[in-house]
Structures are given as C-alpha cells and as structure tokens.
Design a protein around this ligand. Structure first.
Ligand SMILES: *[C@@H]1O[C@H](CO)[C@@H](O)[C@H](O)[C@H]1NC(C)=O
Ligand SMILES: *[C@@H]1O[C@H](CO)[C@@H](O)[C@H](O)[C@H]1NC(C)=O
Ligand SMILES: *[C@@H]1O[C@H](CO)[C@@H](O)[C@H](O)[C@H]1NC(C)=O
Ligand SMILES: *[C@@H]1O[C@H](CO)[C@@H](O)[C@H](O)[C@H]1NC(C)=O
Ligand SMILES: *[C@@H]1O[C@H](CO)[C@@H](O)[C@H](O)[C@H]1NC(C)=O
Ligand SMILES: *[C@@H]1O[C@H](CO)[C@@H](O)[C@H](O)[C@H]1NC(C)=O
Length: 626
C-alpha cells in the first residue's frame, strides 16, 4: 500500500509542477460505427474527450466532412462556413480534424462555431487511444465552458481510411454511440465525487461550486429514494519523511506530514494554508460519515453548498466557527464531527483520511488513480466531459439497467420517448390501447405489458396475448363484487363469455351493483307456521317462536324439549316412515327370493320330466355353469 501511495504522491507532485501525468490512467471509450461506405462498414473504438458534452446513454448519427483548408481546425472556419448547414432539421455533420498544432479544445470550439454536431479528431500517429484533455493554462480560455459538442478521438488508421473514402467522393455516414460508455449492471448507480473545500483555485473551483449547487436537487432526490449510493471523496497526499519538519510541509499538512493539500493561492506567505484546506476537507468527509450514520447521507450536498456560499476564503470566513454554524443549521451534532476529525496536530493516522488516500488508488483496467480535481466516478468509471448538471444527469441515468431507471431520467428534458412513434416498432393493440414498448434511458425495450395485474405473454415484438386465465381473474370480468364478513360475493361467472349475473340472494345489473334481496318481504320463504323471518346480506334466516328449533331442510320447528308433542310427532313420523320403507323393502326381497326359488325348483324338476317351456331349461343351464 505504501508503495502505491508513494507512486501517487510522486504523481501528484509532478501534476502540480508539470501538469502532466504518467499515472495509472484509464481511457474512457465509446463506439463509432461506420454505416457507409460499404468498404469501411464496422464498429471502431474511440476515446471520449475530457471536455465538451459527451452524450452518455445516447447515440448521434451524422455525415463526416473534412475541410479542404484548416484541416486541423485550429483557425476559425470563415471560408468553409458553407460546408455545414445550420438550418434546423438538416442532417448533423461531424467535422473530421487532424490532431496537432493547437489545443483539442480550440479545435472543438472552432468546429462548434461552424455548426458541426461533433468533432472527430484523427490521431496524427499510430498509438493507443488517449484522452483529449483541457489545456494546461485553462484560465486564459474563456470559451471552455461553452463547448457543448462531444469531442471524440479516433485512431490514426481510421482517420486515414475516412479521408480516403471522402477523397473518392463517398458519403461517409457514422453513428456515434455512448450507450455502453458506462456499465449499467443493476438498478442502483454508485458514484463518487472527488472534490475539494478550496474555493480559490480559479475557474475550476468556481465550476465545482456551481456544479454542487445545480446538481444538489437531483442528487438528493435519487439518494433519498435509494436509486443511487453516493460518496464524496477528497484527495490528499503525504509529505516525504525527510521534509516533514520543513515549513512547506508544516503549512500544507496535518498529522505530522501525513495528509497534505497544496496552498490555495500557491503563495505561502499570505491567505489560507494548505492545511486549512485539509482540515475543511476532513470536516466535509466527517460530515458525510456522521450524516450517513444517521441515515441522511444526502445532507452532505446541503452542507457543501451552504459552506461554499457562507464560508468562502474570499470572504475570509473559511473557519471552524463558520463551518460549525452550517453544521448546526442542518441539525447535525458538531461534537460527533469533531470526534471523527480527531486532533490534526497529533502524530498518528486519521482513519477517515487514511481511507481517502487508499481510495485514490485505482483498480487496474477499471478505474484509474484519481489525481485531478474535480473527478466524478460513476459505476467505477471515470466520467469524461464538462462538469455540468445536464451531462452528469445523463451519465448517471445511463448507469441504470434498462427499465429500472427512475422516472426523472425519462422526463422529456433529459431524453426522448422512443415509444411515441408507432410504439417503437413493438407489439401493440390499437383497439385496447395496449403496447409492449417501454421507454428506457438508453432507448426502448419491447416487453409484453401488465394490464390490471395480468402479465401478457409473447415475444413483445410481434406477439403478446393475455394468458388463458378464467376471465373472472382479470378485474373480476368487469362485474360487481363485494366482501362482507370475510366472505366474497361476485357477479362474475367464468362460464359466461360476456355479461355478469348477481349471485343468488342479490338482484341488480351485476356490473355496477347487486343489491341484497329482502327474501322475507318478497315471499313466504320460511314455510313453518308462525316462523320468524330475518333478512341477511345475501340470504335470510328463519326462526321458530319460543324455544323451538328450526329445521331448514324440513321447513319445520322441532322442540328442544323431549315432552313436547309437536316435536315428537315429527320424530315419530320419521321413525314410522323408516319402518314402513323397511317393511316394503323386506316384502319385495321375500317376493324376489320366492321367485328365484320357484325357478330353481322347476329347473331341478325339469331334469326328471320334460317341460314344454324351453326358456326355463336355459335358465337351468346357465346356473349349471357355476
Ligand atoms: C472565431 O469565431 C467566433 C464565432 O464565430 C468568434 O467569437 C471568435 O472571435 C473568432 N475568433 C477569431 C480568432 O477570429
Ligand atoms: C460563453 O457563454 C456565456 C454564457 O452563455 C457567455 O456569457 C460568454 O460570452 C460565452 N463565451 C464565449 C467565449 O462565447
Ligand atoms: C453509509 O451507510 C450505509 C448504510 O447505512 C453503509 O452501507 C455504507 O457503507 C455507508 N457508507 C460509508 C462511506 O460509510
Ligand atoms: C462570516 O461568518 C460569520 C459567522 O458565521 C457570519 O456572521 C458572517 O455573516 C459571515 N460573513 C459573510 C461575508 O458571509
Ligand atoms: C392510450 O393510453 C395512454 C396511456 O396509457 C393514454 O395517454 C392515451 O391517451 C390512450 N389513448 C387512447 C386513444 O385512449
Ligand atoms: C376473497 O377475495 C380476496 C381477493 O379479492 C382473496 O384474497 C380472498 O382469498 C377471497 N376469500 C375467499 C374466502 O375466497
């Protein structure tokens, strides 16, 4: 770990002195598809520039043009202005420019001014793709923030092929695709924002504060709803041991040279010192930790925005008192944050800052070392492009697996709904107004719909249908239903192909209403004399007077009292009935037995004397077989 840290320390020192980096740097890529001419058809890799607005999650198609003069796009295109039509609705044009002679940003700015929708910079030497970055002295270029086209670096060999095709008067049509530029494995986006409490580093610091202010609302909304997991981070480095006691390290570092930041004004004699920045960074990191522990990590955005507005270096308010006021106003415990920060003078590690130093080191092939501020890392990939609300929102939205993105990503301001036109070529049922098209941030998917809880089945493109379930399972077949005393009443009957019928005991149209029938009123349902009738929901009850028991099947009253005449009368009639049936059955049985015995006897007799009735003989034979 120490070795990695040392590499990073050296790297950051070099970065501050020479503004160039040989660190573990990962080039972020998107893809470029040539659709015409035929000979060049295919998909090529290209690198996303670190400025302008790459269209994360999107695609852009256009015609490539290569100017006759000003081929490196370093000058204004005054003569070639006719090359590109600025009329709305005209096909987008991508300007092909050679690398070299001026800043990448100058090329892009000139291309944008002549109406190009993107700039393809062709590398001037055969090598691996690099990331086109901002010029070193960006303060002098006031147009930087105004570049809105996506800059794309292509390889030397692809550049040569495109130029050849254009020379022989081919139309060169390409499709830039950023849909896979960020991984989008699941329904939550993890992202890190590497930032700084320093506000006196010129345009870069201003951009950072403006970004926090404008992005805050979106970030907090997604964090609260669990769509994202955000963590803020802070770059620090340590002072090489032999310099720990130097004034330079003492003014820039805390914890005995363990955690350092550069002097904000790069002037050791005035203003705030590097260690003030480290302390405020640590306070912000601890604020996040405490807020996260209390279940409200999104408060960090409020803290940083408020701190930037109220406690700036420019206003000489970059102090603990000011910070504590902001913390209190957000309802967090200052004591807890102080505890987390520990003592900056002590000669020991600080858990939080040590963690930050370790997080700075990249993972091979996934994310590079973080050495530049501000840096945004989304789903473990470094975001490239302008640090501005709109492109960052797009980048985050492109990090969700299709169909899991929050609604906010699908609003018109952020993307176009691809289902509006002809259901996105997915299955649709115009009569029932159903479609299988689902708009997602990265395009659309065709998935059979779920209608009122029933999932349609099919491929989603040509075919979707409701699974064959009894029609009453779908919205109760459109019929009336009700539940009372945990019993369900429904006017839907599965065998009916259409229509509804109130269940027994109810009357009505069966669709909107079924009313209980008052059976007691309508006819004499209780058949026993002197019975009492009581209407209930969907039915009725009969009751007998006094302490008589009502027998529903018989429509009669039975006394619970053994001596009661009428009760026994009924019981007797039952008993007598049973006896009578028994007697009849016995008689019949006897009769059958006699008939049988008769025929048996006659058959035996027939063995000894001829009988004229042949039928009887047959009966005998069949018996003899047994
Ligand atoms: C180039 O053109 C842009 C816009 O057309 C203009 O703002 C800029 O001043 C021009 N620069 C030069 C050097 O002519
Ligand atoms: C950049 O845009 C801002 C605001 O839209 C504008 O005020 C400024 O003049 C622009 N700068 C250049 C160089 O075009
Ligand atoms: C924030 O809190 C969540 C859950 O409470 C936890 O899983 C996560 O590790 C915390 N993050 C940090 C950076 O402490
Ligand atoms: C500086 O901070 C103090 C205390 O928090 C506050 O009263 C004062 O208004 C702040 N000054 C500015 C210019 O914001
Ligand atoms: C079809 O349904 C969509 C939403 O589900 C609705 O906006 C649209 O107005 C409906 N169209 C018709 C013709 O009913
Ligand atoms: C009544 O209907 C509900 C749903 O509408 C169902 O969950 C419940 O099991 C039904 N109860 C009975 C007794 O069928």
């Amino acid at each position: 770990m120490r070795g990695d840290n040392l590499r990073l320390v050296i790297c950051i020192w070099i970065l501050f002195i020479h503004r160039s980096c040989f660190c573990n740097f990962v080039v972020e890529k998107n893809s470029l598809k040539v659709t015409s001419p035929e000979s060049l058809r295919g998909t090529y890799e290209c690198a996303i520039g670190n400025f302008g607005v790459p269209r994360y999650g999107g695609r852009l198609s256009g015609l490539v043009t290569y100017p006759k003069t000003n081929q490196n796009s370093c000058k204004n295109f005054t003569d070639d202005i006719h090359l590109i039509s600025k009329k709305p609705g005209s096909i987008p044009v991508f300007l092909l420019a050679d690398r070299g002679e001026c800043y990448f940003t100058t090329k892009a700015w000139n291309a944008q001014n002549t109406g190009a929708s993107a700039i393809l910079v062709a590398d001037d030497r055969p090598e691996h793709l690099i990331t086109m970055d901002l010029p070193e002295k960006e303060e002098t270029l006031d147009y930087l923030q105004n570049i809105t086209i996506p800059p794309v670096l292509i390889t030397h060999s692809l550049g040569v092929s495109l130029k050849k095709a254009l020379e022989s008067n081919n139309l060169v049509f390409v499709n830039l695709d950023w849909t896979e530029a960020l991984p989008h494995p699941d329904d939550r986006v993890e992202y890190e924002f590497w930032t700084n409490s320093n506000d006196e580093c010129g345009p870069k610091c201003d951009t950072q504060i403006d970004f926090v202010k404008s992005f805050k609302g979106f970030a907090q909304l997604l964090e609260r709803k669990g769509y994202t997991r955000f963590t803020p981070h802070y770059i620090t480095w340590f002072c090489p041991e032999e310099y720990v006691s130097s004034t330079k390290c003492k003014s820039q570092c805390i914890n005995h040279g363990r955690y350092c930041a550069p002097d904000p004004e790069q002037d050791f004699s005035k203003g705030y010192e590097g260690k003030d920045v480290v302390v405020h960074n640590l306070r912000q990191a601890c604020f996040y930790k405490v807020a996260n522990e209390s279940g409200k990590p999104w408060l960090w955005w409020d803290y940083v925005a408020d701190f930037g507005a109220r406690c700036s270096m420019k206003e000489h308010n970059f102090t603990k008192n000011c910070a504590d006021d902001v913390i209190k106003s957000l309802g967090l415990d200052v004591k807890k944050i102080d505890e987390c920060m520990g003592d900056p003078e002590v000669d020991a590690e600080n858990v939080v800052l040590k963690g930050e130093q370790e997080a700075q080191i990249g993972k091979k092939g996934v994310r590079g070392d973080v050495t530049i501020l501000p840096t945004l890392v989304i789903n473990n990939r470094q975001y490239r492009g302008k640090l501005d609300k709109k492109p960052v929102v797009k980048a985050i939205c492109s990090g969700f697996r299709e169909t899991t993105e929050p609604d906010i990503c699908l609003s018109n301001a952020i993307e176009t709904n691809e289902c509006l036109h002809n259901s996105g070529e997915c299955w649709m049922d115009t009569v029932a107004n159903l479609t299988a098209c689902k708009d997602t941030f990265r395009g659309r998917v065709c998935e059979c719909p779920i209608v009122e809880g029933v999932t349609f089945v099919g491929d989603g493109y040509k075919h979707c249908e409701a699974p064959r379930v009894p029609r009453c399972q779908v919205n109760n077949g459109g019929c009336w239903k009700s539940t009372k005393d945990s019993k369900n009443y429904s006017a839907c009957i599965d065998e009916y192909t259409v229509g509804c019928k109130c269940p027994p005991g109810f009357k009505g149209d069966g669709i909107n209403n079924c009313e209980d029938i008052d059976e007691c009123k309508e006819n004499r349902v209780c058949r026993c004399p002197n019975c009492k009738c009581k209407n209930t929901w969907g039915s009725y009850e009969c009751g007998c007077n006094g302490n008589l028991l009502y027998l529903r099947e018989h429509g009669a009253c039975l006394s619970k009292d053994a001596n009661s005449g009428s009760g026994w009368g009924f019981a007797w009639s039952v008993v007598l009935g049973v006896i009578a049936i028994g007697v009849v059955a016995y008689t019949f049985y006897k009769y059958r037995v006699r008939r049988y015995m008769d025929s048996e006897i006659r058959a035996i007799m027939a063995q000894y004397m001829p009988l004229d009735n042949e039928g009887e003989v047959l009966v005998f034979r069949s018996h003899g077989d047994i």
